[in-house]
Design a protein around this ligand. Structure first.
Ligand code: ATP
Ligand code: MG
Length: 219
């Protein structure tokens, strides 16, 4: 199953969602995590460096904390500019055959890489920050989803209260991830927050949200 995390708005929590979802799901399933964002947020969140080489998509992966991470590399920039959407969709589907779940972290736009990841997806998750501009972005995403006939599951990030907009192809679930320092501390160390809190604290605050998100996504 391919789970694509998407939202063309920057900084809403796509990378955070991808890494923590992959980490919690990897406890019970064989999980791959494809960083298709040339910026490489997922790559650094798992303590790796972006590859300075141009690599074929999906040709390199490293197992970290039981998640098979495909790091970002220079070739992604070329694909973003000149890549063929159908070809990229086919490669993503090939990669996913090696896993129960392949999670994909996408860049903050609706360009070639994000659209290909969306088309390849069995499930789409959109983190939404409850601010006016971010809500505008999710309405645009809804139109785009309608045009390709796909549904996204949206949850609220940076808030104690879940947002609920009445959209056609974006379905809001009752999950709200509050602001937490854990995310910042963890990203500084290059580990997923759900991993970090397992080691640092015995009371888990963050992981439960991503377990819940995994549950509603996989059901
Ligand atoms: N609930 C939260 N509480 C506090 N900080 C958070 C939370 N969620 C995400 N962050 C932090 O906010 C920043 C942006 O999050 P993230 O990188 O996941 O967003 P993004 O959508 O992937 O951004 P981009 O569009 O640039 O790829 C990061 O520094 C992350 O650690
Ligand atoms: Mg990101």
């Amino acid at each position: 199953m391919i789970i694509t995390v998407i939202n063309q708005k920057g900084g809403v929590g796509k990378t955070t969602t991808s890494v923590n979802l992959a980490y919690v799901v990897s406890k019970t399933k064989n999980v791959g995590l494809l960083d298709i964002d040339p910026e490489g947020g997922t790559t650094t969140s798992f303590g790796m460096k972006r590859e300075r080489k141009e690599l074929p998509l999906g040709s390199k992966s490293v197992n970290i904390f039981n998640v098979e991470v495909f790091p970002a590399h220079l070739g992604l920039l070329k694909l973003e500019l000149n890549g063929d959407i159908n070809e990229i969709v086919n490669i993503i589907k090939e990669i996913s055959k090696n896993f129960d779940i392949l999670v994909i972290d996408t860049p903050p736009n609706l360009g070639t890489l994000a659209v290909s990841s969306m088309l390849a997806a069995d499930k789409i998750i959109s983190p939404v920050a409850p601010q006016p501009l971010a809500l505008e972005a999710i309405k645009n995403l809804d139109s785009r989803l309608q045009s390709i006939g796909k549904i996204a599951i949206a949850y609220t990030n940076f808030s104690k209260k879940a947002t609920n907009l009445d959209l056609k192809n974006v379905k809001f679930v009752n999950i709200a991830v509050p602001q937490s320092r854990l995310f910042i501390d963890a990203s500084r160390l290059g580990v997923p927050a759900s991993r970090y809190e397992e080691i640092r604290t015995k009371r888990l605050k963050i992981s439960k949200y991503f377990e819940e998100l995994a549950k509603v996504t996989l059901e």
